[in-house]
Design a protein. Sequence first.
Lengths: 284, 281, 307
Amino acid sequence: MSVVLEAKRKRRGWRVPWNVALGLGLAAIVLAAALLSSWIAPFDPTRMAVGPRLAGPSAKFLFGTDEFGRDLFSRVLTGARLSLGIGFCAVVSGLAVGGLVGLVAAFAGRLIEAVLLRVIDVLYSFPDTLIALALVAFLGPGIVNATIAIAISLVPFYARVAYGLAAAERAKPYIEAARLAGINSGRLVRVHVMPNIGQSLIVMATLGFSSAILSAAGLSFLGLGVQPPSPEWGAILASGRNYITKAPWILIFPGLAICLTVLSFNLIGDSLRDLADPRRKRTS
Amino acid sequence: MTAFLSVENLSVRFETKDGPFLAVDDVSLELARGEILALVGESGSGKSMTSLAMMRLLPETATATGDILIDGVDVLALGRRAMEDVRGARVGMIFQEPMTSLNPVLTIARQMTEGLVRHRRISRGEAAVRALATLTDVGIPEPDRVMRQYPHQLSGGMRQRVMIAAALTLDPGVLIADEPTTALDVTVQAQVLDLLVDLKNRLGSGILLITHDIGVVAETADRVAVMRAGRIVETGNVEAVLSAPQHPYTKGLLASHLTLDRVMTKRGSRPPRLTEKAGAV
Amino acid sequence: MIRLIAKRLTAAFATVLAVILLSGVLVHVVPGDPVTAMMAQSVTATPEAMDEMRSRLGLDLPVWMQVGRYALNALSGDLGTTIRGNEPVARLLLERLPNTFMLAVAGLGIALLLGIPLGFIAAVNRGTAADAAVMIVAVLGVSIPGFWLGLVLIQVFSLHLRWLPVAGTDFRNLILPAFTLGLTYCALVARMTRSALVEILAEDYIRTARARGLREHQVLIVHALRPALISIVTVVGLVFAYLMGGQVIVENVFSWNGIGRLAVQAMLQRDYPMIQGFIVIFATSVVVVSMSLDILYGILDPRMRQR
């Protein structure tokens, strides 16, 4: 019996775990919604009174309408573009800055290393949403400021990851050999270290994505991020908050959109992390 | 001598990705009270799996078939709870790594007495009296102080003595010692082996000594079974087997042992026994 | 032990000082004039009023002196006054701190009470359907935004079933926000418990305990769970920090009268001294809690106790 099973498994080859499949599937749906929203959305997401106010889901208005008679389906679809856009920009810039800080900490000498590490550790012990909140409070609300604040809030995480990877790389013999050959630190990092840790860094980038999207929704919900009438999911929830008893669909659909998006990146990030870190794989 | 422990046609099989793997292949052996049987072989020969099968402590991916009788009870046929009654009470086991085999967050007293409380249903206080006596038996100085300590405060040799003492509190008919001295310093090794021989003589327990070290076999065991690739290739009296090995593998094992001369001259040539001082090991 | 406490105290003080300096600097790295930004929403933004505020906040001094003055004042307990009512920031925040702590502790309690058993079940039944189910709950938990969960709970339990009030600060009002936080963060606790236990269950001393013939539940609870709980103490500080962060938003959902609600109001009004004060008080609370847990760990773990 077991021999038969073996044969079957071999023929099918490498199988994608269910959680990765689910994560990738959800991410594909959200990405498609974001990219195609201008074409699929049946109505202009900010146009008022395309239908009755607070109408329930129907064939015409799939997710119902909000307090201004706007089509909720179109708003949630367009919201995907905002959330993914903010998330992407924040992750890319946060990763660039954080990665640089981590590399500098690992290769710029002992004093700089000690100081930077201490600062990174202090910042890392604060929740990233809170750092984003504090920053946006000083920068002022708005989509650009929110993105900047979220990007900065991710810097400690990325710096720490980049430092960890670079420090592990630093201990390898080829670095010592390159040093002895007289290559300076900057070139060493560019030519030798970056190609080796780049892949792991990109894996870690997906882990920041979900927290960036959560932060964006939270900021907008509090009125400190994307401002109405922009159809950001958190902003939709904030402005529709007083109507959710009469129209629970205003609560349900944007919320589910946030949950599924964050879930998809968490699923992908977790399994990528397991793949990237064999030590974790063994114990979990 | 009637066998307290008898193993017949024991096989241990692992299901792996590359198909089934036989770690123990049709092994039979017997052990009476008051004797030391050494199970010797290189790592991966299946000697540890044999002993874990007797305790029913094999990894979940392994299945054991055959008959294992301990004090007349067929161990492999027991349910989980009945097996828990046998473990510790009729057969005790000590392991290779005294550093990691004691729970770091529990006191020695707790770990010495929990077996007694569990099997004999006596109070912690009564158990402590018995535990103290056993610690003294295995040559631990200041046993009442040691009882209050935690494992990290003891040396490797002391921890292995505590492990042995904890197994002995329940006076099991058989003690399985899986490489009990491998992780210890050479001088401490000799003391622990002496202790095992002494316990066998005084308490009359049977000891199944698992080792890869033919020198250890020569110094302590009465009988020896040589294992290779899951099978027992040669068995018999220690003197007989070591002086005139029949199987080529045993010959190879003996030839590769550096202290061959010591093996041949055997007992009595060891340095005199050291009395352990507090904190000396 | 005393050395451990001294070390932790020094580190905690250094962190708080760093946060005070950071929040003092924060006002000055913002592009543009802070007074203009703060007064933007005010109708009384005459040039005189703005000058008056500038000198009241000491903004006419060089930056390093301003930051230094802020730090010295903060260390002596003076966090400045609010822009709006000219009230002392420290007093306003400290008045509400007990409310925030009450909610945080209740939320943490629920997170631990749910998360530890879930992690235990997953670790003991590793690789089975139960394990998979717990891990699904865990990944869902970290994916649901707390403010949305809060809104859903209000909708179901307060408005639909009418079991609990929507807002306020008495005991019954504590239930929903505490569960919102507890449910959100129990996922984190479950994961940490599981991974700690999985590691411990592979330890040699678990095999020793089994070889002693202990009942399986004794092995799991006394020999595995106890050391796991001790190691979990070290990460509870982190969970607490994240929970306090999430609580800032949750307090606003439930109109809970804590420092998070005060902070968001200040943020919307751009009341800079209040926001700075909030950062300092928040950081101090988190640092004090995590330092206490570190010391507690030193007491609980016999390996640390000896040092």
